[in-house]
Design a protein around this ligand. Structure first.
Ligand code: FMN
Length: 211
């Protein structure tokens, strides 16, 4: 299926799917959670706007579209956001990316409580759309829900009408991430090997389809 916005602002949907599933699978495989970046590589505000536009076009419960966004790609603003994020809880002893390996940009996903009292899973869908778009552009990122929300609110003076839902860290990936199958012990914890490669165990397909 292919959809695009025509000049008349209607959505045109076609059923032409040649090779489309492989393309989507490849993009999903490339869309890993990256936590170390090449901070020298800038991300322009236009790129962030382009990514948020993908979220804007995505599904929303009751089509309420209650999500709002704060964009950051300037070092000064980025440095206000970084201290409020918790990274990779299974990598105990790793405090998160060091200077030079931190995200070049962030998209903060907010819920506008004046539009809706419940955001359902809108922010997850929006985050995935944004990160798939980033992967397609050769970037990478990480959804971060472990956020000191009040600290971030104060740092950026976010009005109380907006609930902080997620922070998306973005940048040029500076680490290798590989997927593997969860072993017989069932351990799902990601881990980093001696070469710095990040390993992510995924449950087998037959284990998750239960009927
Ligand atoms: C809703 C959600 C919240 C997450 N929050 C954090 C977080 O606070 N900090 C972090 O380092 N990673 C976070 N992650 C990333 C997960 O740890 C990551 O998706 C998981 O390890 C699997 O890796 P993968 O995304 O490469 O498949 C979050 C992911 C999701 C979907």
């Amino acid at each position: 299926m292919q959809a695009e916005i025509a000049a008349c602002r209607q959505v045109v949907v076609s059923n032409d799917s040649q090779g489309g599933l492989e393309m989507i699978r490849d993009l999903i495989l490339r869309n890993r959670s990256y936590r170390r970046f090449d901070e020298e590589v800038d991300i322009k505000p236009e790129m962030l706007r382009e990514l948020v536009d993908l979220a804007r076009l995505s599904a929303s419960a009751g089509n309420m579209q209650p999500l709002k966004y704060i964009l950051s790609c300037e070092p000064e603003r980025n440095s206000l956001i970084f201290p409020h994020l918790a990274w990779a809880r299974y990598l105990t002893g790793w405090p998160g990316p060091c200077e030079g390996e931190r995200p070049s940009a962030y998209i903060i996903v907010l819920g506008d409580t004046e539009i809706s009292g419940s955001f359902w899973c809108d922010h997850g869908i929006a985050a995935q759309s944004i990160l798939l778009g980033a992967a397609e552009r050769g970037l990478g990122g990480c959804m971060i829900a472990s956020v000191d929300k009040e600290g971030l609110r104060k740092a950026l003076e976010i009005p109380t009408r907006y609930e902080v839902l997620l922070v998306l860290a973005l940048g040029k990936p500076g680490e290798k991430v590989v997927l593997e199958t969860v072993g017989p012990g069932g351990d799902i914890k990601y881990w980093r090997d001696g070469e710095g490669v990040h390993h992510v165990p995924k449950r087998p397909l037959d284990d998750i389809i239960i009927g």
